[in-house]
Design a protein around this ligand. Sequence first.
Ligand code: HEM
Ligand SMILES: *[C@@H]1O[C@H](CO)[C@@H](O)[C@H](O)[C@H]1NC(C)=O
Ligand SMILES: *[C@@H]1O[C@H](CO)[C@@H](O)[C@H](O)[C@H]1NC(C)=O
Length: 329
Amino acid sequence: MALGLGRRRAHSLCFLFSLFLCLLISFSVEGELSLNYYSESCPRAEDIVKEEVEKLYHKHGNTAVSWVRNLFHDCMVKSCDASVLLESTNTTISEQTSQRSFGMRNFKYVKVIKDALEKECPSTVSCADIVVLSAREGVVMLGGPYINMRTGRRDSKESHIQEVDFIPNHNDSISLVLSRFQSLGIDAEGTVALLGAHSVGRVHCINLVGRLYPTVDPSIDPDYAEYLKGRCPSPEPDPKAVEYARNDRDTPMVIDNMYYKNLLKHKGLLLVDQQLISDSSTSPFVEKMAADNDYFYEKFSAALLLLSENNPITGEEGEIRNDCRFVNN
Ligand code: HEM
Ligand SMILES: *[C@@H]1O[C@H](CO)[C@@H](O)[C@H](O)[C@H]1NC(C)=O
Ligand SMILES: *[C@@H]1O[C@H](CO)[C@@H](O)[C@H](O)[C@H]1NC(C)=O
């Protein structure tokens, strides 16, 4: 009798356990990203992205800078789903046409990476994973840390042009910036670290003149203001003109903590950059990162990883685009 009861209990426990196991397996198959997702379907996928990013970097160094910005613009808007790569068609308005995307460049070279992957394993590696892996390798080419990113994202079937303004503007308040990143699970320290990406690349005058004319923003170092006015002599720059300034004039192609050193010297380029030292919820992190490059790398890596895993499309949703510029027919 006692034995019988025990057995029955064991059976139902066993049943529950297998149900649990089943759930566990289906979750990990469908809902999640994993390290080296393509290890069986396309074992060389990550190596190919690395090789192509390196080749492109040696031809056009600023491609590496673009891959880093692409991750931010893709992942911040709804999901890391390569929506930012879609071009305008009769039925689609590209996110690239938004004011927020001003200055984004090198999209045509995504095709070089995608074509190399399609040649090795057709219709297998998503454009969303290309966005993330190319950013990972771009950071390395720019002297930054190697970040072990997960893969297995799928591509959106639509542009999110209506949601692009979720990306903060260059002159938004610090509280707005922090709350946008907070909603992705990135705290103030992570936000400060992510903005360190502005240690590389350029800013067009159209995003700067608001701080220079009619009067110079008093938070800008006077010598730096002179440099900026020299770069941007007109209060109303032609948006098509390639007039720009650099944040980090010493190491403009290296992701390093020079960005924070510049902020402390009042040489921040955008208002969102310079504001990081005027708010008590962010300024201690600026000081720590300015003093310790390894600490910056550690926080930058963790925050970029979080950003790269914002709300991925996995399982049966979305698609694997054949051409990153257009949804499949
Ligand atoms: C509050 C958040 C942010 C704002 C408002 C912002 C805004 C901007 C603006 C206005 C530019 C210059 C565009 C131009 O005039 O050409 C720029 C450039 C850039 N941003 Fe951001 N950004 C933000 C966060 C980030 C993050 C989180 C990353 C990456 C982790 C990033 C990466 C870059 C890069 C690499 C460039 C240089 C692009 C180039 O030279 O081609 N930004 N950003
Ligand atoms: C897009 O619209 C134009 C003008 O209405 C039309 O001629 C063209 O065939 C359309 N293209 C596609 C791919 O539907
Ligand atoms: C911020 O900049 C945009 C142009 O990019 C401008 O239209 C807007 O008025 C500015 N906002 C503030 C508060 O200065």
